[in-house]
Design a binder for this molecule. Structure first.
Ligand code: ZN
Length: 496
């Protein structure tokens, strides 16, 4: 006779299968689907989303869950699985399935509309559907509930326990540090000329080079692959099948650092215990922790001098234009700090200011202080104020990110949390492992990957983000390691 837990697991596998189908359809839509597939895809995804929602929030599953909660030992893996499922169940049951279906259909349609609006640089053609998306987010927040700020309800979905107030405090610290460092670099730093990194780089060469990097750092290409998409992302439907995307642009670093970034997400996903595959315990615990892993591989490993002491020669062999430059010049080029328009291509010093703009705009639209149609003006004014730059058009302004078209509102601050945590984790990793530069320079990434697997990846969703950070680093999330790391690195690079 099967136990309550067996019955619960069986139901969760059913939900997982539907979610996997939706995820594959979404991956396909962003990579290979022809334009003509959009309408039917939106219908299919809408129906499957409703089915997954109804199955997951059914009375039967609810009953099994409350029985299991009484039966399992909370300290065990199974106890953790039940706790995680309970949290997901509460988040989902508070939102009516009609709203879930509407959001799913709208986001598939909004994605197509966003692609067109961005291509034609026409924000106003996207504004009505975006207005509806924000209205859905407001309704979601009301259903989920909050005490202080409407933003708290949305943010909590991505980062358990985090609030708008936490973000305001985090950004105050980050802004103070960033503004001082950027000003110092601009006034006293030795300028960096990185023009050679912009060119007409053959795609097949970029693809090959990034695949070598993925293989070397430890992304398992037997349990994943890389394709191209307009906006780089990582997704997956089992521990054995994790998909990355990258994009090839004029800036050579786009593909390289985009691939390293997404591989950081991918290796986190691949590092869950196989026994947890298709269960709610597998995968990353929160977006902030997830982003800490992508940023760690992209910035701390991938933008280090040690990394390029190994990979500059093969890069130069592929791209002859780079042969005139030595390691020191190249290292400075890829770490150039310059306020710019595009978040995903921003340097790690100014990056958080891009996030701050989005956080403030989301708060203002949600509270009604800003109308969606006025978003471009607000966006451009903030870029002028925080980054000191003029936004020439909406395609390079408020239309650049995919998130809002997907209804992912309340998501952006987790990027900055990830930046802080990448340095916070790395500080501990380095103390444990010693000379990480020597390992990186030798192409020996295994000790680093092993440490991350042991302390972070293998934990899956077993602990809350706050418990994990405290357990691994001995403290709650802080900007200290990030600020110290950035200051040391960039003072050396800019010789200030
Ligand atoms: Zn990321």
């Amino acid at each position: 006779m099967s136990t309550t837990l067996d019955k619960l697991k069986s139901k969760l596998y059913d939900v997982n299968a539907i979610v996997a189908a939706i995820t594959i359809m979404d991956w396909d839509q962003q990579t290979y689907m022809p334009k003509g597939g959009a309408e039917a895809r939106a219908e299919h995804v809408g129906i499957l989303s409703r089915m997954a929602h109804e199955l997951f929030t059914s009375d039967e599953l609810g009953t099994l869950l409350s029985q299991a909660l009484k039966e399992v030992d909370p300290a065990t893996d199974e106890g953790a699985m039940v706790r995680v499922t309970q949290r997901d169940f509460e988040l989902r049951t508070k939102i009516p399935s009609s709203l879930v279906e509407e959001k799913s259909k709208l986001s598939a349609e909004a994605h197509e509309r966003w692609v067109e609006a961005r291509a034609h640089n026409d924000f106003q053609s996207f504004a009505p559907i975006l207005e509806r998306m924000f209205e859905i987010a407001r309704q979601e927040a009301e259903h989920l509930g909050y005490t202080d700020h409407i933003y708290d309800a949305l943010l909590d979905q991505y980062e358990e326990g985090a609030t708008a107030d936490d973000c305001v405090r985090m950004f105050e610290t980050l802004k103070a540090n960033t503004v001082t460092l950027v000003r110092n670099i601009q006034e006293n730093g030795e300028p960096i000329d990185d023009r050679v990194l912009y060119g007409n780089w053959p795609e097949h060469k970029q693809r090959h080079f990034t695949e070598v990097l993925l293989h070397d750092i430890g992304f398992d290409l037997d349990r994943g692959r890389q394709d191209t998409a307009p906006h780089p992302f990582c997704t997956g439907w089992s521990i054995g099948d994790i998909r990355l995307t990258t994009r090839f642009k004029d800036y050579l670093g786009s593909a390289i650092f985009g691939s390293l970034h997404e591989a950081g997400h991918g290796m986190y996903e691949q590092g869950s215990p196989m026994a947890w595959d298709r269960s709610p315990l597998a995968g990353g615990v929160s977006l902030g922790i997830h982003e800490s892993q992508s940023r760690l591989w992209e910035n701390i490993v991938g933008r280090s001098r040690a990394f390029w002491s190994r990979y500059l020669p093969p890069l130069q062999a592929e791209f002859h234009e780079l042969q005139a430059f030595d390691l020191d010049q190249f290292y400075r080029m890829i770490n150039k700090v310059e306020p710019s328009l595009i978040r995903v291509e921003a340097d790690e010093v100014t990056y958080n200011l891009h996030v701050l703009v989005r956080f403030e705009i989301e708060c203002d639209v949600l509270t009604g202080a800003l109308a969606v149609k006025d978003m471009p003006e607000a966006w451009n004014a903030k870029y002028k104020e925080y980054l000191g730059i003029d936004v020439p058009n909406d395609a390079n302004g408020c239309l650049q990110d995919v998130h809002w078209s997907m209804g992912s509102i309340g998501y952006f601050p987790t990027y900055s949390m990830g930046n802080l945590l990448s340095y916070q984790f790395w500080t501990v990793l380095q103390k444990d492992l010693g000379d990480t530069d020597a390992m990186i320079a030798a192409g020996n990434f295994e000790p680093i990957l092993d440490w991350l697997r042991t302390h972070i990846y293998s934990k899956g969703r077993k602990f809350t983000p706050k418990e994990l950070v405290l357990d691994v680093t001995g403290k709650t999330i802080t900007a200290d390691d990030y600020a110290a790391g950035l200051n040391a690195k960039y003072r050396e690079i800019y010789r200030i």
